[in-house]
Write a protein that binds this ligand. Structure first.
Ligand code: MSP
Length: 531
């Protein structure tokens, strides 16, 4: 048996110091869609997500809630998992950095780095941002404040272990040079080289004595492993690296892609490869730093208190408008790699135009014509020389390969959806031009009517197979109605695949049109109650 190609994809592990926001959903939905598409391509996919549960912020949040750390975390993680379920996120592994296997693997990694001479003890003096758990150099501060969250920083000094990051500058530059795929989009490479590597990398503080909620350094228990060795290691410990059973690690590492937000690119593109090089382990193949979803011009981040009306809770949006609608807006509206704005207006407008009017309408028109004119039986087709038919089929074929390219080469769900929707737009136009309702009135056009409806059904079939990675719920309904169970990308490459003579199932309305004015008020009320 030929071994399947592997595909290992990860999200960052999120801080459960507050409930997850639509911003966190952004990365997770993207990874879910990319994972599902790679499954359609018949790859052996492993998709990991999880939570980053150590550090001062978590301890503070638990205290504020009047709970022990673990009580607090268990509740937050239950909520996170519910949210992922609500959004149809199908991960293979959910790692928590408080999991025993992770804790002991991190201790081993730390000790290994120490034994190899990459970690040494000294003392740290610096500007520290408590909410971000980041030390900054004077020159990195913006107006004397944390460049990430713009809050006050404090002077801090304490005994710490350090990782010799300063020795990795040239190796990192070589890495980016020799592997142009490694860090994407390309603009991020310049950012790393010019802002961090060229000015000179400092050694990295990797332990704290003041933070108690963390992984203890097992050979010096005054110290707790500090943030990045703990957090970044999740990508390998989650596969069993450092544990007795490391089968998954051997099978899936190195990762095909770590998808992360742009604010943590420097940790993933500088610190993580340096740690792996020091451990003599293979490096991830790609790191993709996506832009931010902006709400009224600001990133909806957990370390900020955002009182914006655009602070929409996905736990309200999904039950009301469907997981697919929320997934669509996250995947489609933001040009991947850049920042993009979220607003309720554009959410409603996009659901109406793309999902209700374009895809939904195409499917419902086609199914109702099929019922009316053919008793819902899939008609035969005759090979046609009509330009309009050839044009439709060509668009479908092109969209199939474009979608794949946009997923595999560009990691761009927005463009991939753009390619898929080319099919639906073209098919809607095809109805306008071929006028099946007119053909149905003419006895001599029965055969042509059959071909037209068949071409529409096949376009829907192909488009929906591709769409199933992005919008799994509505796709499942349509594929069920077409009698298709486990679909694969390979089947989308052929145009005529349905079986003539079979009866299609009934389909309700996939996406009801939203009355924006009314809905805006309803949603505002729901949000108000929620706050
Ligand atoms: N725990 C670290 C990551 C460690 S990975 C080894 C962390 N966690 S976080 O909870 O702050 O989540 C950060 C991630 O959430 C970002 O990288 C990004 O993927 C996502 N986002 C949070 N808000 C976002 C937006 N408004 N827009 C897009 N993504 C955002 O950093």
């Amino acid at each position: 048996m030929i071994e399947k190609e592997k595909f290992y994809i990860t999200t960052p592990i999120y801080y459960p110091s507050r409930k997850f926001t639509l911003g966190n959903c952004y990365t997770t939905v993207i990874c879910d869609a990319l994972a599902r598409f790679n499954k359609l391509l018949d790859k052996d996919v492993f998709f990991m997500t999880g939570t980053d549960e150590h550090g001062q912020k978590i301890a503070q949040a638990a205290k504020l809630a009047g709970k022990t750390e673990m009580e607090y975390l268990d509740e937050m993680i239950a909520d996170a998992k519910n949210l992922w379920e609500l959004l149809g996120i199908k991960y293979d592994k959910f790692i928590r950095t408080t999991d025993d296997y992770h804790v002991s693997a991190v201790q081993k990694i730390f000790k290994d780095l120490y034994d190899k001479g990459y970690i040494y003890k000294s003392s740290y003096k610096g500007k520290y941002c408590v909410p971000c758990e980041s030390f900054w150099t004077e020159s990195q501060l913006v107006d004397g404040k944390c460049p990430d969250c713009h809050r006050e920083v404090v002077d801090q000094e304490e005994e710490s272990y350090f990782f010799k990051l300063s020795g990795f500058g040239d190796k990192l530059i070589d890495l980016y040079k020799n592997n142009p795929e490694f860090l994407q989009p390309k603009s991020r490479v310049n950012e790393m080289v010019n802002n961090f590597i060229k000015p000179g990398l400092s050694d990295l503080c990797v332990s704290r004595t003041s933070v108690k909620w963390g992984v203890p350094v097992d050979f010096d228990d005054k110290h707790t492993v500090y943030v990045w060795i703990d957090a970044l290691s999740n990508y390998i410990t989650g596969l069993g690296y450092g544990s007795e059973d490391d089968t998954l690690y051997k099978k899936y590492w190195p990762a095909d892609v770590h998808v992360i937000g742009k604010e943590i690119v420097r940790f993933h593109a500088i610190i993580w490869p340096a740690i792996l090089m020091a451990l003599d382990l293979p490096l991830p193949k790609r790191i993709f730093g996506h832009g931010w979803l902006l709400f009224g011009g600001d990133k909806l981040s957990k370390s900020k208190t955002v009182a914006s009306t655009e602070c929409v809770d996905p736990r309200i949006l999904v039950p009301r408008y469907s997981a697919d609608a929320v997934r669509y807006i996250l995947l489609r509206e933001i040009p991947f790699g850049n920042d993009g704005n979220y607003s309720t207006e554009s959410f409603f407008a996009t659901i109406n135009s793309d999902l209700a009017n374009n895809y939904g309408n195409l499917v419902s028109r086609t199914f109702s014509m099929l019922k009316k004119y053919c008793g819902s039986v899939i008609p035969n087709y005759t090979e046609s020389n009509e330009e309009i038919d050839k044009d439709l089929i060509k668009t479908v074929h092109e969209a199939v390969s474009e979608t794949r390219k946009n997923v595999e080469n560009n990691l761009d769900p927005s463009k991939a959806l753009g390619s898929i929707f080319e099919i639906f737009s073209k098919a809607n136009k095809y109805i306008e031009v071929t006028e099946p309702y007119r053909l149905a009135k003419d006895e001599n056009q029965k055969e042509r009517l059959g071909t037209v409806l068949r071409n529409l059904l096949e376009s829907i079939r192909v488009g929906t197979i591709l769409l199933s990675a992005f919008l799994p719920d509505c796709s499942r309904k349509v594929l069920d109605a077409l009698g298709l169970e486990n679909v694969m990308y390979a089947e989308a490459k052929e145009f005529y695949k349905l079986t003539a003579g079979e009866t299609v199932g009934e389909l309700g309305i996939l996406f009801p049109r939203i009355d924006a004015d009314k809905e805006f008020e309803e949603l505002a009320k729901l949000q108000e109650e929620n706050n």
